[in-house]
Design a protein around this ligand. Structure first.
Ligand code: SF4
Ligand code: SF4
Length: 566
């Protein structure tokens, strides 16, 4: 397939000068009869600020806004402690009372919320007069955070028919598959976001690798300046098609987010309808054996209570054994959609603190104290933005959304959590304080030296993995950040392993304060950007977006047959 990027003209000269990166999009990808003309200027702003102290109310009990799981109306909720857990209670006048455990360990939650930071909002939101969250997604003027990672659904078709999946084309009865031109338009909207152009995208679906123009799409994303390009996949095409992953890597794919529910074949059979473990192994092996450039792999297990919780440790051990290519594990506790009776829900419910406890119990090398919430690292973004006069992505999600830690792998295999040799709490506190002082342009140069000194002060060589000095540590971090992915660290005898957990919301535990701060979004062909937990749950914008652009399954089959004949 060929495409013409003249419509989206990159003015490379300007880009080099660091002032602007101009491109224009001049056509009608939305099918509205109106042409779209966009111009993007790189955001360079003296004293750029991307992070604020959080407005979130903290401490328990406290009130928040939620949704009725039956009628999805906004209803008040209270968060409180019960039996050592964080519990949400709410009442709908029509459908009665609902109670849900949000975190099984309230102390872990309270530690997480002490690290809340907010973003500065969007300067150019699509919706400028919103008053009711989460029903006016756009992004809108009420939204706090920039887009840290944007999902782009390429198709709802899939090469599997998972019994647990309700979103694929066969179940939905229609095909949602944006045209290549529509995808380019979505890219344009994302790169135009202010104050921070979106840098990271993830192709999703359905199974995105079966999109007819997949490799070209990756290439176009790279040409339009996305630094991190990843694909969420079941791995089938990588495992079975000679040359496919090589083409993707050449086009600019950085990371494969590989669906990976554990090391027990019966789990795949139950959840996905067929044995898939060997497919996963083959996909990993293929990436291992390919020549550079090769993408990194992040394993993505969906965690379901009483189903695969015994797999937390084995998955982590497996990732470490394969750390030459696997650079992270992102556990995703299940989001329980649809009506589920209380007893069944209690059985399936799995929270972030369950994950931290299971990892500690099943491995012994990472404890519950090693985890920090996603916004914990926001002071780094703030300091770097201020020191470079350039707005950088800030991970200002609600602290209840996700947790993460890093393991350093001594000699490539013995895991040492970063918390053992870096006083990371002291480091983040000092970085935040320094960022507040560094706004004064006169002390910017001094601040850069101070930032380096902070790392020195909070690094404890005596507790670091054997033979690791501050220099090696800084080089490891530096190479990682420079390359925009985790591959840089593999040049050293120490490998780094990202361990994360993201608990997408459902209508039982929905907290409007979370979705307002969401950093993981979806792009829609109509130009809107919609937070993940409003796209898939709550108001479920997915249905509206897909129906607007979908064609009936039969019609798609007919057109497809015709184009195959011609
Ligand atoms: S989730 Fe964000 S974009 Fe959607 S209505 Fe709420 S504040 Fe606005
Ligand atoms: S996707 Fe959901 S869980 Fe993740 S940051 Fe957004 S609101 Fe929070």
């Amino acid at each position: 397939m060929s495409y013409d990027l003249r419509e989206i003209s990159l003015d490379r000269k300007d880009k080099k000068a660091g002032k602007s990166e101009d491109w224009m999009y001049d056509s009608d990808p939305r099918g509205t009869g109106q042409r779209v003309v966009m111009r993007y200027q790189e955001s360079r702003d003296a004293g750029a600020t991307v992070t604020m102290p959080s407005k979130l109310r903290r401490g328990l009990p406290r009130r928040t806004g939620s949704l009725c799981p039956e009628c999805v109306k906004i209803i008040p909720a209270v968060l409180y402690e019960e039996g050592g857990a964080l519990v949400m209670k709410k009442e709908c006048q029509e459908h009665g009372e609902f109670k849900e455990v949000c975190w099984s360990d309230v102390d872990m939650y309270l530690k997480a919320e002490s690290w809340a930071f907010d973003g500065v909002g969007i300067q150019n939101p699509a919706i400028t007069d919103a008053t009711v969250c989460p029903y006016e997604c756009g992004l809108c003027n009420l939204h706090y955070s920039n887009t840290a990672l944007c999902n782009i659904d390429l198709t709802n078709r899939c090469n599997l028919k998972c019994p647990i999946c309700f979103a694929n084309a066969n179940a939905a009865g229609y095909v949602f598959e944006p045209t290549f031109e529509q995808i380019l338009y979505e890219f344009a909207v994302l790169r135009a976001q202010r104050p921070i152009p979106v840098n990271a995208i993830q192709f999703a679906g359905g199974e995105p690798t079966i999109y007819p123009h997949f490799v070209e799409t990756v290439k176009a994303a790279r040409e339009m300046g996305f630094a991190q390009i990843q694909v969420a996949t079941n791995g089938i095409r990588i495992a079975t098609e000679e040359g496919f992953i090589e083409d993707c890597a050449q086009a600019g794919l950085n990371t494969v987010y590989l669906q990976f529910d554990g090391l027990k074949e019966e789990n795949y059979v139950a959840a996905r309808g067929k044995p898939l473990l060997q497919i996963k192994m083959k996909a990993i092996q293929r990436i291992r054996e390919m020549a550079e450039p090769k993408p990194t792999i992040c394993l993505v297990p969906t965690m379901v209570g009483s189903f695969n919780e015994d797999q937390v440790g084995p998955i982590m051990d497996f990732a470490i054994e394969n750390s030459d290519v696997v650079k992270g594990v992102n556990y995703q506790p299940v989001s329980l959609t649809g009506r589920i009776p209380d007893e069944e829900r209690e059985k399936l419910r799995y929270t972030l603190s369950d994950l931290a406890h299971d990892l500690e119990e099943q491995t012994g090398y990472a404890t519950v104290d090693d985890w920090y919430p996603v916004p914990f690292v926001a002071p780094i973004s703030e300091l770097v933005s201020i020191l470079t006069d350039s707005a950088k992505t800030s991970f200002t999600s609600h602290p209840g959304c996700g947790l993460a830690t890093y393991l350093f792998l001594d000699r490539g295999k013995d895991p040492v959590p970063i918390t053992r040799f870096v006083d990371i709490e002291g480091l983040m506190e000092d970085m935040w304080e320094l960022s507040q002082r560094a706004r004064d342009a006169k002390i910017k140069f001094v601040s850069k030296i101070k930032a380096l000194n902070l790392l020195r002060r909070h690094f404890d060589e005596g507790s670091a993995p054997s033979g690791m000095g501050l220099r090696t540590f800084l080089r490891t971090l530096g190479t990682m950040f420079k390359e925009g992915n985790k591959r840089g660290a593999s040049d050293f005898s120490y490998r780094m392993m990202y361990v994360g957990g993201m608990h997408f919301q459902d209508n039982y535990n929905y907290d409007i304060e979370r979705v307002k701060r969401c950093v993981i979004h979806y792009a829609s062909p109509d130009g809107r950007i919609i937070p993940f937990c409003a796209y898939n749950t709550g108001p479920v914008f997915r249905n509206e977006v897909e129906k607007k652009f979908a064609i009936p399954l039969r019609e798609w089959g007919r057109r497809h047959a015709e184009s195959a004949d011609s």
